[in-house]
Write a protein that binds this ligand. Structure first.
Ligand code: 3HC
Length: 289
């Protein structure tokens, strides 16, 4: 598989990450089919593309032709079979549940052409945990984008022990062609680079909140105005999803059994109440839906 062989991409999941990864691919000239089990999610993703592209033209960030061509490049389908059949590269951005990912990858192995690379955008599941479910483990790789995926430049590519050099090289180059800045992790590590680092800030911020030392708003204010981060940890969790923070902590805790990895009481409470951030209209802040 050579980078120039990649013409068509399948993005699985039209949610928080998938709809923007798909659009980024289409903007970079790839034919992209975005698929999801939820028709409602697919409709939302299509509506986003229909609003975003003209918005970029109005802002002078895209020409009419670029927007038109990106819109023609992207399509939406509720059929995994249809979306993945002719894909040269698959980016899975489905819900962060291990059994779901294993099921998707074993289906992909049957549907896709033998050379197709199967990447996961998972925030924390290393691809060696998924590679056993397919007959092409050398072609299963982490390709991790950041939220909002149309804006954030970084992509982490992780070369687990089963990943071929060719797969790592093609994935790095695809990220570059999608106008991202890829970094290569030479070994698998939980959280990769960014979430590994971010976890400590988030954990300590939740500790300060749970101890009643300061409000979420004031902790965000401190991080933004003293450390220069564009968003404090609570605003960021609202953006990426409090449900995701819960799943990340829970998976980690089940793996290590260490107290520090347990989801904080606030996260558990917000998870149960479905206060998941922007996507549900309320998290640490309130949003107009
Ligand atoms: N979707 C697409 N584009 C968006 C967007 C969104 N949700 N939000 C903002 N943008 C674009 C705007 O269109 C604008 O583009 P332009 O400058 O080219 O016209 C640009 O981003 C700046 O937007 P705004 O001026 O409205 O807002 P801000 O300057 O406040 O920027 C932000 C918004 C880019 C989200 C900025 O606050 C930021 O960088 N926040 C930090 C995000 C971050 O840390 N992401 C990583 C999260 S960790 C992660 O994803 C890992 C995962 O595994 C959990």
């Amino acid at each position: 598989m050579n980078i120039n062989d990649i013409k068509q991409i399948c993005v699985i999941g039209a949610g928080n990450m998938g709809h923007q990864i798909a659009l980024r691919g289409a903007l970079s000239g790839y034919k992209v089919i975005c698929t999801d089990v939820s028709d409602e999610q697919l409709k939302k993703a299509e509506a986003f593309a229909d609003k975003y592209l003209p918005g970029r033209v109005a802002k002078g960030k895209l020409t009419e032709e670029q927007a038109k061509s990106a819109r023609e490049n992207i399509s939406f389908s509720s059929s995994l079979e249809e979306a993945a059949r002719d894909a040269d590269f698959v980016i899975e951005a489905a819900t962060e549940k291990m059994d779901l990912k294993l099921n998707i990858f074993s289906q992909l192995d049957n549907i896709c052409k033998p050379d197709t690379i199967l990447a996961t955008n998972s925030s924390f599941i290393v691809s060696s945990k998924i590679a056993g479910s397919v007959n092409r483990p050398d072609k299963v790789v982490n390709m991790h984008f950041f939220n909002p995926a149309l804006v954030m430049k970084l992509v982490e590519v992780v070369k687990g022990p089963h990943v071929s050099q060719e797969t790592a090289d093609v994935t790095m180059e695809l990220a570059r062609r999608m106008e991202k800045k890829p970094v290569l992790l030479k070994k698998e590590i939980y959280g990769f680079l960014v979430n590994y680092l971010l976890a400590s800030l988030t954990r300590e911020s939740l500790y300060l909140l749970d101890q009643g030392i300061a409000s979420a708003q004031d902790i965000d204010m401190a991080v933004e105005n003293a450390l220069g981060h564009p968003m404090g940890p609570f605003k960021l969790m609202d953006l990426t999803g409090v449900d995701l923070s819960y799943h990340i902590s829970m998976e980690r805790f089940l793996e290590t059994g260490e107290r520090k990895d347990m989801p904080s009481p606030t996260i558990v409470e917000k998870y149960v109440r479905k206060e998941w951030g922007k996507k549900t209209g309320k998290g640490f802040y309130e949003y107009n839906k």
